[in-house]
Design a protein around this ligand. Structure first.
Ligand code: BTN
Length: 240
């Protein structure tokens, strides 16, 4: 059972867990109706208009710094499975996004608290749920579940369904059985796509081959195959 906290409005569920991780239990889940200062990856902001599912999970026990990069992919696999159960096909754009019809419906932000080793990990997830439309700059980039199915989603139900899949995969992860990586690899959005990336300071073009078992991205760069981890590479243009 997860401890569960709900806030109608909060700055950011990730920030809340960062500030309170010491007194909260492992695997506490915090959901908000709306965030006023939602955080995205790479210092970006994550805006929601109350149509979204926004939540964070706190992990404190059994943390292994060498396996943290697998966690966003694990969450991606749990989300893909959750959407599949809703009849919505989706894929994982390495390392942190869920894509439907070439548009982003879910973003995942992992933050680790380091203090003589990893003290806590916070995984924040934002799902575009019931948005009817998006601002013009996002129209071609974002999609909501409602836009796909015309249904109206209860964020608490989607969260419960997601947590069921998360629990299954997280138990595998703790048992060192990375079966969830099969779901990740078979739903990789970037496979076969040309990417323009910054690799150790140099702009390069490459072709994505696959997501590897250890969570790195296998890319053909010129004549060599390289394995990229999310800290080393910025995918600047991901399509075609
Ligand atoms: C991204 O795609 O850039 C990641 C977005 C992550 C957004 C979620 S919403 C819940 C949690 N709280 C935050 O402030 N951010 C994450």
């Amino acid at each position: 059972m997860h401890k569960y906290l709900y806030f109608e409005e909060i700055d950011s569920t990730n920030t809340f867990l960062k500030n309170h991780y010491e007194e909260l239990d492992d695997q506490t889940v915090v959901q908000a109706g709306h965030q006023t200062k939602g955080k995205g990856r790479l210092g970006r902001t994550w805006n929601d208009d109350s149509s979204s599912l926004v939540f964070s999970i706190l992990l404190k026990d059994h943390l292994d710094a060498s396996r943290l990069d697998l966690l966003p992919l694990l969450c991606g696999a749990a989300m893909v499975k959750t959407l599949e159960e809703e009849g919505i096909p989706s894929s994982i754009k390495w390392p942190n996004d869920i894509i439907i019809q070439d548009k982003k419906c879910t973003g995942i932000l992992l933050e680790a608290i380091h203090e003589e080793g990893v003290k806590a990990v916070i995984i924040g997830i934002g799902v575009n749920l019931n948005d009817e439309s998006f601002p013009s700059d996002l129209t071609f980039k974002a999609i909501s579940l409602h836009q796909v199915t015309s249904k109206v989603y209860d964020s608490r139900v989607v969260l419960t369904n997601f947590m069921k899949n998360f629990d299954l995969f997280y138990q595998q992860f703790l048992d060192r059985d990375d079966s969830f990586m099969e779901v990740v690899k078979s739903h990789s959005y970037l496979d076969g796509k040309r990417v323009y990336l910054n690799y150790y300071g140099e702009d390069q073009h490459g072709t994505v081959l696959s997501i590897a078992e250890d969570g790195t991205l296998k890319v053909r760069l010129n004549d060599q195959e390289v394995f990229l981890n999310s800290g080393e590479v910025t995918l600047e243009k991901n399509y075609n």
